[in-house]
Design a protein around this ligand. Structure first.
Ligand code: GTP
Ligand code: MG
Length: 372
């Protein structure tokens, strides 16, 4: 069975509904006929009734992500891809300022005036190589993506204010990176301040296991000032160096698989989602599914508001054309046909809806006895 309700189970095993509910009730489980049965409950009931059942996790039954042929990718098809960076660090140490500084430092002259508008992700070019920065509102977004198995970040830049040193959220960020096994580069920010003490930062970070390269360790520390716009090139160089060591690869010729980093409902455009492509190339006209949303890529808008025809691995754009606003962390995938995309979305929609219903079902004893 896919997702099975109590009454559906009774139907399938040709037993009275009241009998099924009674057995569960005697086991201390209060259910109504519309509740969904878990794997354990189904097994107990099956043995009570002497029937054989096979259970399939409904999520597995229509998990389009599993159909993605990435694992059997021929190594000959793989090409170098840009690194995806997340910036973390203690409150007020300058994460947002640094993201803005990097973006502004790399803005073409025609776009002068400074970019201050918030966006979920952007890419900059350094010596002809792209680097994509993910602007997560905080650790939460990062965790939710990781929980969904979307390992999006290749390198974490931890920002530490040179005049403040390691603080609780700095430690958290370090722990995060270590647990996720993501390499770290430390940006010692606010170097313009009179009280800047980079050696203190290095010593404190070394205590957490991040040993500076110039002290014989393997972690790059780069002094920067988001305010004075210094050290930005050095930081980007350190990122490219680390990326080179990691030999990040993807197949640009596959159908696209991307991760939603941000989404919203936009006036005139409808649902829009900022995505980062993990593998393949996303093109205008592609049939896409994204959780319970589906559609066709109508437009791809770059972080500089340019209309793009396609985006490759590690590249980012705002996708226009989805039927609904997907949650961040959701996987967006290209399907062969519109029909296929629609079907996956529909199944996911029904599944999500059922889950909501079964979670919100509260049973009282009165209701229960009226059923028995
Ligand atoms: P939260 O998002 O609140 O965690 O903060 P944040 O880490 O994004 O820090 P943000 O970029 O908002 O900067 C915090 C304060 O530090 C602001 O007042 C910035 O102007 C200031 N600041 C950031 N970078 C620098 C810098 O390089 N030098 C100096 N002097 N001030 C800086
Ligand atoms: Mg901020």
């Amino acid at each position: 069975p896919e997702d099975i309700r109590v009454y559906e189970f009774a139907d399938k095993v040709r037993q009275p509904l009241s009998e099924v509910i009674k057995i569960l009730f005697n086991l201390g489980m209060m259910v109504t006929k519309n509740d969904f049965l878990g794997k354990d409950e189904i097994e107990i009931l099956a043995s009570e009734f002497g029937v054989e059942v096979t259970t399939i996790d409904p999520k597995d039954a229509f998990n389009y992500e599993d159909s993605y042929e990435e694992d059997n990718e021929d190594s000959a098809d793989l090409e170098e891809r840009p690194p995806v960076i997340t910036i973390m660090g203690h409150v007020d140490h300058g994460k947002t300022s640094l993201l803005d500084a990097i973006r502004n430092a790399k803005v073409a002259h025609g776009e002068a005036g400074g970019i201050t508008q918030h966006i979920g992700a952007y890419s900059v070019e350094q010596h002809g190589k792209l680097i994509t920065f993910l602007d997560t509102p905080g650790h939460e977004a990062f965790s939710s993506m990781r929980a969904r198995g979307a390992q999006l970040t290749d390198i974490i830049v931890i920002v530490v204010a040179a005049d403040d040193g390691v603080k609780p959220q700095t430690r958290e960020s370090v722990k995060h990176a270590q647990e996720a096994k993501v390499p770290v580069i430390v940006a010692i920010n606010k170097m313009d301040k009179p009280g800047a003490n980079p050696d203190m930062v290095k010593a404190q970070m070394a205590e957490l296991g991040l040993n500076p390269v110039d002290w014989g360790g393997d972690v790059e520390f780069v002094g920067v000032s988001a305010k004075a716009m210094t050290g930005i090139d050095e930081l980007l160089e350190a990122i490219l160096l680390q990326a080179e060591i990691m030999e990040l690869k993807a197949n640009p010729n596959n159908m696209a698989k991307a991760v939603v980093v941000e989404s919203t409902l936009e006036k005139g455009r409808g649902p829009v989602a900022t995505v980062i492509v993990q593998n393949g190339t996303l093109k205008i006209g592609d049939n896409i599914v994204c959780g319970s949303a589906y559609g066709r890529v109508r437009a791809l808008i770059s972080d500089r508001k340019a209309q793009l025809q396609k985006i490759g691995p590690s590249e980012t754009a705002v996708v226009v054309g989805l039927s609904d606003v997907p949650p961040s962390g959701e996987i967006l995938m290209v399907m062969e046909s519109d029909k296929e995309a629609r079907e996956f979305a529909q199944k996911r929609y029904e599944y999500d809806r059922h889950r909501e219903l079964s979670h919100s079902t509260k049973t009282t004893l009165d209701e229960l006895s009226s059923l028995i």
